[in-house]
Design a protein around this ligand. Structure first.
Ligand SMILES: C[S@@+](CC[C@H](N)C(=O)[O-])C[C@H]1O[C@@H](n2cnc3c(N)ncnc32)[C@H](O)[C@@H]1O
Length: 289
C-alpha cells in the first residue's frame, strides 16, 4: 500500500517493520498495565450499545483498533492516522473495522463531525510539538464526538521513561529525566521536553466541551518489566535514529546523541530496568444539559 505521507512529518519515531512490531508488543503490555481493558469501565457501556461508532485516532499499525473490533463486534471502528504506512491490508481485519487517513491537527473532515460515540487516542505525543498542539487535538476530538460521547486519551506522563529498582514502585510526581533521556533532550535542543506533557487532564478540564474528567496512572507490573524495558530500548533507538541529521544536526549534537545511547546501554548492561509512565484520561462530551 502506498503511504499517504512520507516520514518527513513531525512524528519523532519510525514507521518501519521494527517500529510496527514494537507497537504490537507494546499494545499488550499497555493493556495488561491498564488492568486488561481496552476501554475504561466508564466508557464500556457506550461501546457495547448497538452500532456504536468508535474512532482510534493516531492508530499506528491499528493493533488497538483490531482488538477493539473483535471485542465490540456490534460497533463500527474507524482507525485513523496521518500516515497509512503501518496499516495492515484491510481484508485481513475484522469486517467492522475500516481504515482512513486523517491528521488530527488539521480540520475535521465533514463526514466525521458529530459522528463518533467514542474517540480513543493512545501515544500520539510523539507527533505533537507542545501545548498548542494538545489543545488542537482536544478541539478536533470534541468536534468528532456526538454530545454525550467519550474521549479516552492515554499518553506519556512526562517524562515517561522511569528508572525502576527493587522497590518496584515509582513516584508519580517525579519529573526527573533519566540521564540518557536528559542527554537526548540536550542533543535535540529541548525537543523532547516540548513534546511530552503531563497536562491532558487539565486541558480537558479547562475545555467547557468536556465533563466528568477522570485520570489514572497505571503502576508497575513486575513480571512485565524486562519485556517493557526491551521495548523502551527499541523505542529509544528509534528516537536516536530518527533524530540524526533531522532534530540533531552538527557535530556537537551528534556527539550528544552518541553519549545518550551510551548512557542507556550502560544502564541496561548493569541489568537496569525501565517502565513507561503514562496517563489515561477519560471525559464525556458535555451535551450542554
Ligand atoms: C507511537 S504510535 C502509536 C500508535 C497506536 N496509537 C498505539 O498505541 O499502538 C504514534 C502514531 O501517531 C501518529 N500521529 C502522530 N501525529 C499525528 C497526527 N497529528 N494525526 C494523526 N496521527 C498522528 C503517527 O503517525 C503514529 O502512527
Amino acid at each position: 500500500m502506498a503511504s499517504t505521507t512520507g516520514d518527513k512529518d513531525q512524528y519523532i519515531l519510525l514507521r518501519d517493520s521494527s517500529a510496527s512490531s514494537r507497537l504490537f508488543g507494546q499494545h499488550f503490555i499497555m493493556t495488561a498495565k491498564n488492568g486488561g481493558w481496552l476501554l475504561h469501565p466508564n466508557v464500556q457501556a457506550t461501546a457495547e450499545k448497538s452500532r456504536a461508532r468508535i474512532a482510534d485516532v493516531a492508530t499506528g499499525n491499528g493493533v488497538w483498533a483490531g482488538e477493539a473490533a473483535l471485542k465490540y463486534p456490534d460497533a463500527q471502528i474507524v482507525a485513523l492516522d496521518m500516515s497509512d504506512k503501518q496499516y495492515p491490508p484491510g481484508w485481513t481485519m475484522p469486517k467492522n473495522l475500516s481504515f482512513d487517513t486523517y491528521n488530527v491537527l488539521q480540520a475535521v473532515p465533514d463526514k466525521y463531525i458529530g459522528y463518533f460515540d467514542i474517540v480513543h487516542i493512545r501515544l500520539i505525543a510523539g507527533g505533537l510539538k507542545g501545548p498548542a498542539d494538545y489543545a488542537v487535538v482536544t478541539e478536533n476530538v470534541s468536534k468528532m464526538l456526538k454530545p454525550g460521547g467519550y474521549i479516552q486519551w492515554q499518553d506519556v506522563y512526562a517524562p515517561g521513561w522511569q528508572i525502576i529498582d527493587q522497590t518496584l514502585s515509582f513516584d508519580v510526581d517525579d519529573e526527573t529525566f533519566p540521564p540518557f533521556l536528559a542527554k537526548f533532550d540536550e542533543a535535540v535542543s529541548g525537543g523532547i521536553t516540548q513534546t511530552l506533557s503531563r497536562g491532558i487532564n487539565h486541558i480537558l478540564k479547562d475545555n467547557d466541551d468536556f465533563a466528568d474528567v477522570e485520570m489514572m496512572v497505571p503502576g508497575v507490573v513486575p513480571w512485565l518489566l524486562k519485556y517493557e524495558t526491551d521495548y523502551l530500548a527499541i523505542s529509544f533507538a528509534e528516537l536516536v535514529k530518527g533524530s540524526r541529521g533531522t532534530r540533531a544536526v552538527g557535530e556537537e549534537s551528534l556527539r550528544l546523541l552518541d553519549e545518550a545511547e551510551g548512557l542507556l546501554q550502560e544502564y541496561l548492561g548493569q541489568g537496569g530496568l525501565l517502565t513507561y509512565k503514562t496517563m489515561s484520561v477519560v471525559a464525556r462530551k458535555d451535551n450542554g444539559a
